[in-house]
Design a protein around this ligand. Structure first.
Ligand SMILES: C[S@@+](CC[C@H](N)C(=O)[O-])C[C@H]1O[C@@H](n2cnc3c(N)ncnc32)[C@H](O)[C@@H]1O
Length: 220
């Protein structure tokens, strides 16, 4: 059992529910922050179990911020978490959090799962993710559900936005500059990972052109 799953199952005292494939994904993308006192924003606090999990995993000096619409979540302040009561789709609410912390090493979006909210939060927050930081969106399968403003291949969804980000990852190599040009995401997304129900973006500044590395040209 992974360390994080063990923490989740054995040491948190508040309710939380995670799909079991999430633990491997978290460990793969978040383990490197252990001991580095990262600043974390989790959208979607609910009963607080996952905030506790991040505290136990990332350490007492990590700054862990939660955002939720439910005022009852403010109770988690008594455990040392910073809690903002607000709407993840409201850019003024997000700006208040940005003004307070400046930037985040890790953003986890586990809030409303509505596609308009996912996009609003991503557009506002991703520019404030630190160099080498991570932006992780959970339960992305809801993008295929009408109830969450989704639908298969619905062009307005967050998952479709992420699919076109795959193109923008490669846009420095475009030979079609009129229709396909590097954008902000080309310059800032170093890796984009798709899993069942989870999307992870790894942020790192990138500039074109890349140097190709050639070796052993004379080798027989
Ligand atoms: C799936 S639960 C979060 C679970 C928690 N992350 C965990 O793993 O234990 C979703 C939470 O998002 C909150 N929420 C719903 N709509 C929201 C919105 N527009 N902005 C912020 N939070 C929202 C709900 O109140 C609920 O507490």
């Amino acid at each position: 059992m992974s360390e994080l799953r063990k923490i989740f199952e054995e040491s948190i005292t508040r309710e939380s529910m995670k799909w079991e494939n999430y633990f491997e994904i978290y460990e793969r993308h978040i383990r490197r922050f252990v001991g580095s006192n990262p600043t974390v924003l989790e959208i979607g606090v609910y009963a607080g179990g996952s905030l506790q999990m991040w505290r136990r995993y990332l350490g007492d000096d990590a700054i862990i911020v939660g955002m939720d619409t439910d005022p009852r979540c403010a109770e988690m302040r008594s455990e040392g978490f910073d809690i903002f009561i607000g709407e993840q789709g409201n850019k003024d609410h997000l700006q208040q959090i940005i003004d307070r912390y400046g930037s985040f090493d890790i953003v986890i979006d586990d809030g409303s799962h509505k596609t308009s909210d996912l996009k609003a939060s991503f557009e506002k927050l991703f520019p404030h993710v630190t160099e080498n930081g991570v932006y992780l969106v959970e339960d992305i399968h809801t993008n295929y559900w009408a109830k969450h403003e989704g639908g298969y291949k619905n062009p307005g969804t967050f998952i479709e936005m992420m699919k076109s980000t795959v193109d923008h990852l490669n846009a420095f190599h475009s030979r079609d500059p009129n229709s396909f040009r590097p954008n902000f995401l080309t310059h800032t997304v170093n890796g984009l990972h798709f899993y069942d129900s989870v999307v992870v973006l790894e942020k790192r500044t990138r500039e074109a052109p890349f140097q190709q590395v050639t070796v052993n040209t004379q080798k027989e």
